[in-house]
Design a binder for this molecule. Structure first.
Ligand code: ZN
Length: 406
């Protein structure tokens, strides 16, 4: 494993002994491509690898055999699907390395330690007091990392490829800096450098929704699809886009800000400072405001409103239906723009899909252009804080496997 803390480059065996970079960029990329394919789609036979990547069987064998000899890939079972004799199946030795993912939210810092296949091995959470400043959140994040390492026994630090941090808002991934986060109330906050200093571990920072989209693409509901959108609903509304097989982040990481598309000319002021964004009519706070405006009960939080709606409270039922209707129109806009094969609906409020889903699907189908909605499948993935943290761990895994700078 090589760690260049100064440049925060995270790479694993693919570029390290016993395979130092060959100097042949094409060969290194082929090895990374095959390793990623085995990691995310394995176990696979050599023939299946060849079919999936378009590489010849002899190239696959030439690249994969050294990976097996050095223990990064193992042979497991046999595949006898086609003609000819059965072939051994290949899979990544997932426990050879570990990754940490940390989600910094407004009320808590949540972390997970995972293996290379993003399977969760340890969990840790630190609550944040109301009105905390960024330094308190970063100290909590460092404490979460420390507790994850301590909880998994000796040798974990040596196997760790790095720490991924996910936060809501405009994140400058290259520098690990939060430019603006409405949900945290942060502007211009360095996250990567102080965490790196506190933990002495390579650290990458990115938008939490983009991180979750990477997790869905590599290990979740976007695994088999090149063009899909992840839409998160809850305190905010986010969107991660995988277009033609790649995460689309735009010029400065601002692509997919679905929550801030304008939907009202004269609307409520949004956390971003503009008026009438989608978040002002379809986020958790919008639902609570809708209920209050209709003269309904004053709920302490969104969980109470969900419970009341399920119990038949009229104001709550109609607030979730209104939220679903707005969200559906936004999904139609999304379909019209990028024509995804699948939309994965996730985030904290995905668990209330029974309340807003019917209105959402109806308005989505009504407003999508031509066959854009028929060609798109809507899937719900209920998300807790640990799933967000797992997404952040996937940032590290992706960077390590691809050998790209974190
Ligand atoms: Zn906004």
């Amino acid at each position: 494993m090589s760690r260049d803390l100064a440049r925060d480059r995270i790479t694993i065996g693919l570029s390290d002994e016993p395979w130092p970079r060959s100097g042949d960029r094409g060969a290194d990329e082929t090895r990374a491509q095959l390793f990623a394919e085995i990691l995310t789609a394995g176990p696979l036979s050599r023939t299946q690898l060849s079919q999936r990547t378009g590489l010849s069987q002899s190239t696959v064998t030439k690249v994969v055999n050294p990976l097996i000899e050095a223990g990064y890939v193992t042979e497991a079972g046999e595949h006898s699907g086609g003609l000819g004799r059965p072939q051994r199946l290949l899979e990544v030795a997932a426990d050879r390395y570990a990754a940490i993912g940390v989600k910094i939210g407004p009320g808590a810092v949540t972390g997970v330690l995972t293996d290379l296949r993003a399977q969760v091995l340890e969990r840790s959470t630190r609550q944040l007091s109301a009105g905390h400043d960024p330094s308190a959140a970063l100290s909590a994040a460092a404490a979460v990392v420390g507790s994850l390492l301590a909880g998994n026994g000796s040798g974990t630090r040596e196997r760790l490829i790095g720490v991924g941090v996910g936060l809501g808002g405009h994140i400058e991934a290259a520098t690990g800096r939060v430019v603006h986060s409405g949900v945290l109330g942060w502007d211009e906050v360095e996250v990567g450098a102080p965490l790196r200093a506190a933990t002495e571990l390579p650290t990458v920072v990115d938008n939490d929704v983009d991180a979750l989209a990477v997790a869905e693409r590599w290990f979740g509901k976007g695994r088999d699809i090149d063009t899909f959108a992840l839409v998160t609903v809850g305190p905010g509304i986010g969107c991660g886009l995988f277009l033609n097989g790649g995460l689309f982040t735009g010029t400065s990481g601002l692509a997919g800000e679905l929550g801030h598309i304008p939907v009202r000319r004269e609307g409520t002021v949004c956390s971003c400072g503009n008026r009438g964004c989608l978040e002002t009519v379809a986020s958790d706070s919008a639902v609570l405001r809708h209920i209050a405006d209709a003269g309904g009960a004053r709920f302490r939080d969104i969980a109470e409103a969900v419970e009341a709606a399920r119990a038949g409270d009229e104001a709550a039922v109609s607030a979730f239906a209104a939220m679903g209707e707005e969200l559906g129109r936004a999904l139609a806009t999304l379909c019209n723009l990028v024509n995804p094969r699948r939309i994965v609906l996730a985030g904290e409020r995905a668990d209330a899909f029974d309340l807003f889903g019917p209105a959402c699907e109806k308005s989505w189908r009504e407003h999508a252009f031509s066959s854009a909605a028929q060609e798109c499948e809507l899937t719900v993935d209920v998300t807790d804080d640990f799933l967000w943290a797992r997404g952040a761990a996937c940032l590290v895994i992706r960077d390590a496997v691809s050998g790209r700078p974190g």
